[in-house]
Design a protein around this ligand. Structure first.
Ligand code: SF4
Length: 103
């Protein structure tokens, strides 16, 4: 089991989770021409500290919560881990997407 970043992150990417991850396994990139981030399933130690840091609840606790985005996280991991870190957005900044479009 591993934590997974779901599609709520797509186009948002607060990156507030990155600062708390003890093994630096959360990596930024772009997917479908939108900013995104993934959790590398090979590195994640399931410590759970990242999930409460996400202001839009985009981090899922297990693969079972969303098998499709679990697969996407795994597929993008190798490419995203090459990317430079990004600056975090303030957690109190409103989401870019209207609430009803946060999938
Ligand atoms: Fe990092 Fe822990 Fe979140 Fe895994 S569960 S991504 S190790 S903070």
């Amino acid at each position: 089991m591993t934590f997974v970043i779901g599609d709520k992150c797509l186009g948002e990417r607060y990156a507030t989770c990155v600062e708390v991850c003890p093994v630096d396994c959360i990596h930024p990139g772009e997917y479908e021409d939108q900013v995104f981030m993934i959790i590398d399933p090979d590195e994640c130690i399931d410590c759970a500290v990242c999930a409460p840091e996400c202001p839009i609840d985009a981090i899922l606790e297990t693969e079972d919560d969303d098998p499709k985005w679990t697969e996407i996280n795994a597929q993008l991991a190798e490419a995203f881990m090459q990317n430079e870190p990004v600056e975090a957005r303030p957690a109190n900044e409103p989401p870019r997407k209207p609430e009803n479009q946060l999938r």
